[in-house]
Ligand binder design. Structure first.
Ligand code: FUB
Length: 330
C-alpha cells in the first residue's frame, strides 16, 4: 500500500515537471515565451521607427502569493526574434502616492515624449486601484511621475462595484490628434485626455462590452476601431479568454465580435497587446507555462508570448491559436 502511494506521488511529480517546459526546452521549440529568465505579464507593445518596444510587468510572486509586482520592464526588438532587455523603466515607488502593485501599463508617444500609463494601488487617501501617468524623453525610460497624483482614482467611477475597477489603461491617438484612454475591470470606461496628456478632458463614459473582465486594448486598422479585452463568461469558462468589439469611430457604436483567442496555458488571466510592425500585425498575451529553476508558472508567475494576427476581408480579426512557436511559425 505504502509502495503504491510512493509510486503514485512520483508519477504525479513527474507529470507536473513534464507539464512545464524549462527555459532550455523553450529555446529549442520556438519564440515563446519571449522572456525566459524572469516572469513577465501584461504586454504592451509600442513601435518607434524600426524598433518594437515591449513593456511588461515584472511578476515576482513567491510560493502561492497571488501577485507581487513592483516594477515595469522594457524589451526591444528589430526582427521579432532577438530581444534586448533594457531593465526596469520605473518602480511603483516612483509614484509617491501609490502603495504597491505595478499592474498593467501602456506607453504612447506624443509631442516627442513618451507617456506611461499604469495601474497601481493608491494609498489610503483614495482607497482602491488608480491609474498613474509618468513621462520620459526616451522609450527606455527612466519614467518619472508626470503629475504627482493619480490621473484616475476609484472615487471617479462611483458606479463601480469593487475597489480594483480602475486598472489596465490603454491609450490611443485618433487621426484628429485626440488621445483617448480606456480602462477597467468588469466595467470598461473611456475618456479623452487633455493635450498635455496628464489630465482628463471631459466626462468618463462607460463602454463595457459583453463578458468584459479587464485588460482593454484600443487600436485602429484602416477605418475600423478595435476594442480587444480579457473576457470571462462565468457560466462556462474557468479562465479569461480574449474577445473584441469593433466600431466605425472611437465614439462607437461598438459591435461585439466574439472570441479572438482562448485562455493562456495554466493562467487565469490573459492580457492583449496589439501592434503593426514592419507590415505585419502581432498579438501579445501571457500564459503561465514557464518554469525558471524550481519556480513554476502560476497566477503571479506569468510569461509573455507573441502570435501572428491576421484580418479577414471584412476587417474582423481571425481567431488566434496560441503556440510555443509564436512568430517563428510565420
Ligand atoms: O498583472 C496584474 C493584473 O492581472 C493586470 O492588471 C490584469 O490585466 C491581469 O493581467
Amino acid at each position: 500500500m505504502r509502495t503504491a502511494r510512493i509510486v503514485a506521488s512520483a508519477a504525479i511529480a513527474l507529470a507536473a515537471t513534464a507539464a512545464f517546459a524549462t527555459a532550455a526546452e523553450r529555446a529549442r521549440t520556438g519564440s515563446n515565451p519571449i522572456v525566459r529568465d524572469v516572469f513577465t505579464a501584461d504586454p504592451a507593445p509600442l513601435v518607434v521607427g524600426d524598433t518594437l518596444y515591449l513593456y511588461v510587468g515584472h511578476d515576482e510572486a513567491q510560493r502561492d502569493e497571488m501577485f507581487t509586482m513592483r516594477e515595469w520592464l522594457v524589451y526591444s526588438t528589430r526582427d521579432m526574434r532577438h530581444w534586448t532587455a533594457h531593465g526596469p523603466v520605473m518602480n511603483v515607488a516612483g509614484f509617491a502616492w501609490a502603495r504597491k502593485d505595478a499592474w498593467a501599463s501602456q506607453v504612447i508617444r506624443k509631442n516627442g515624449r513618451y507617456w506611461f500609463y499604469a495601474a497601481v494601488e493608491h494609498d489610503g487617501t483614495h482607497p482602491g486601484k488608480a491609474i498613474a501617468v509618468a513621462v520620459s524623453d526616451r522609450p527606455t525610460g527612466p519614467f518619472v511621475d508626470a503629475r504627482g497624483s493619480a490621473l484616475i482614482t476609484n472615487q471617479m467611477t462611483p458606479k463601480g462595484t469593487h475597489s480594483w475597477e480602475d486598472i489596465d489603461p490603454t491609450v490611443f491617438t485618433d487621426d484628429d490628434g485626440t488621445t483617448w484612454i480606456a480602462w477597467g475591470n468588469r466595467q470598461c470606461y473611456i475618456a479623452k485626455l487633455k493635450p498635455d496628456m496628464i489630465g482628463l478632458d471631459g466626462p468618463i463614459t462607460e463602454i463595457t462590452p459583453p463578458f468584459f473582465e479587464e485588460g482593454p486594448w484600443l487600436h485602429k486598422r484602416s477605418r475600423t476601431y478595435y476594442l480587444t479585452y480579457a473576457s470571462l463568461d462565468r457560466s462556462t469558462q474557468r479562465d479569461e479568454h480574449i474577445s473584441y468589439a469593433t466600431a466605425p469611430s472611437i465614439g462607437g457604436p461598438w459591435t461585439p465580435r466574439g472570441l479572438l483567442t482562448g485562455s493562456g496555458k495554466y493562467s487565469f488571466t490573459i492580457h492583449p497587446g496589439i501592434a503593426e510592425f514592419r507590415g505585419k500585425w502581432y498579438l501579445f498575451v501571457h500564459n503561465a507555462d514557464l518554469a525558471i529553476g524550481d519556480q513554476r508558472g502560476a497566477i503571479g508567475r506569468r510569461a509573455v508570448t507573441v502570435h501572428p494576427l491576421t484580418y479577414a476581408r471584412d476587417g474582423t480579426m481571425r481567431p488566434v491559436v496560441q503556440t510555443d512557436a509564436g512568430v517563428t511559425a510565420r
